[in-house]
Design a binder for this molecule. Sequence first.
Ligand code: CTP
Length: 321
Amino acid sequence: SNRGDLAINESSFPAAMDRSNDNIKYHMKPSSTKWRHNQTLSLKIRKQILHFLDAERDISVLKGTLKPGDIIHYVFDRDSTMNISKNLYELLPRTSPLKNKHFKTCAIVGNSGILLNSGCGKEIDSHDFVIRCNLAPVEEYGRDVGMKTHLVTMNPSVVQRAFEDLVNDTWKEKFLQRLKSLNESILWIPAFMAKGGEERVEWVNDLIIKHHINVHTAYPSLRLLHAVRGYWLTNKVHIKRPTTGLLMYTLATRFCNRIYLYGFWPFPRDLHQNPVKYHYYDSLKYGYTSQAGPHAMPLEFKALKNLHLQGALKLNVAECE
Ligand code: CTP
């Protein structure tokens, strides 16, 4: 078994994130319990989530349901609208990119710096389906994060944050190379969530079409966010706005038997009190997820940790063998 198995038990998570004040009981637990997949629970969760959403359907709006010129109200900014452009319409899939898809094991790779020096690349790549977030770079980090990508998300803000809004040819080329490296995978763009990204989504769509980029584009449905929130609220996880990582887990329950999470660690220190970067690949700081922000990552983490302890998913926060 790998070190991650041994390292994860209740006592190995930061006590600070647990507000219940009953840390003492953690210290009294035996120090290592081996993680075991709980198939019954996984199936139960899949069924419950299906009451709220169907990943096969909600992963993307399909061509038949919209036409160019249609007006859409943003999910989070109901008063603002956007137009379905010709390019966006052209890139809508005809059938769900997840239609009839089933995988034995899936990896969901979050972007925490906890991945650095983890050596988890091989293990991540060994899964049947690998999901990544926000076009995070892989090539330079292969040893720790792996190289394979079957689905990658891209918030429109990534174009600004990681590619300087494509201000010049150098950045355009850099972005284009990243797109080209995705060959055949699903590029999941939440275009209808928040206002302000319309132009960026257009640039991306334009590049994909112009350069015949070989990706399967997907644009999540308008109901997805509320449905995901609804599911977690029903389970007493009070999140304002689910993060991309939690969205991916919620969707993955539909088509993955076993789900392994890597790079989920919204804390500035690791288990040995060493500093952990917010992202493994840039210098973004933790304040970004303060309570004032839209996300409540530590709260989500606690929910995921509980699922880990029950065997519904495996949360990897240690080094891999
Ligand atoms: N994540 C984490 N701990 C971190 C950073 C990220 O657990 N220190 C997880 C979160 O679930 C996050 C996902 O990894 O959604 C992808 O990270 P990132 O690209 O940073 O997402 P954000 O832009 O911060 O948030 P979002 O895209 O959800 O708005």
